[in-house]
Design a protein around this ligand. Structure first.
Ligand SMILES: [Zn+2]
Length: 189
């Protein structure tokens, strides 16, 4: 399984919000079920090869049901549902990666998280101003997201602690050219 923080960084890139609590909640059964944790809270993971495959991970009927949910309960609910489902897709992807590939992925996502400029210009997420670039009715807008700043800070400090305790990730970040001193140091964001 990918760690909850990896899911959160992926969602930060995809939606502009990390949904860290959602991912932690999904993987909570991990504490008592260990590798079997995906029996609980992971329906889309279980439905692999039955309802979807890697060529078509999100079939049109699923997209349609999310669109309807958005119309009925609002865009936030629809996005939450997408975060819930994409988690399972990432977990399946994770299963087929080697240990080394997983570490490379973790290093990459930590690097993106620690690079606010890249988040801003590549992913359209301004974590300091709390703004997300979105396309609504084919027009690009900057949507204000008041909770983003504190959610980013929380995730940043969490991953910083993960990296501080993990030599392989530290080497990985050096490989990506990340200024490592600030990560090793005690100061938090
Ligand atoms: Zn999971």
């Amino acid at each position: 399984m990918a760690d909850a923080w990896v899911h959160a960084v992926i969602d930060l890139i995809a939606y502009g919000r990390p949904y860290f609590d959602l991912h932690k909640e999904k993987d909570k059964p991990h504490e008592f079920l260990l590798s079997n944790h995906r029996i609980v809270n992971h329906k889309w993971y279980q439905a692999y090869k039955r309802l979807w495959n890697f060529h078509d991970p999100f079939p049109s009927w699923l997209k349609e049901s999310i669109r309807i949910l958005g119309n009925e309960e609002g865009a936030d609910k629809a996005e939450e549902k997408m975060a819930w489902v994409d988690h399972d897709y990432i977990d399946r992807t994770w299963d087929v990666l080697s240990d080394q590939d997983r570490k490379y992925c973790e290093g990459f996502f930590a690097w993106v998280l620690f690079s606010p400029d890249i988040l801003k210009h590549w992913a359209g997420v301004d974590v300091f101003k709390g703004r997300i670039q979105r396309v609504i009715k084919s027009r690009e807008i900057l949507e204000s997201s008041p909770g983003l700043k504190s959610e980013y800070k929380r995730l940043y400090n969490y991953v910083k602690a993960v990296v501080r305790n993990n030599k392989i990730l530290q080497n990985m970040l050096e490989h990506y050219g990340q200024e490592i001193k600030s990560i090793k140091g005690g100061s938090e964001l």
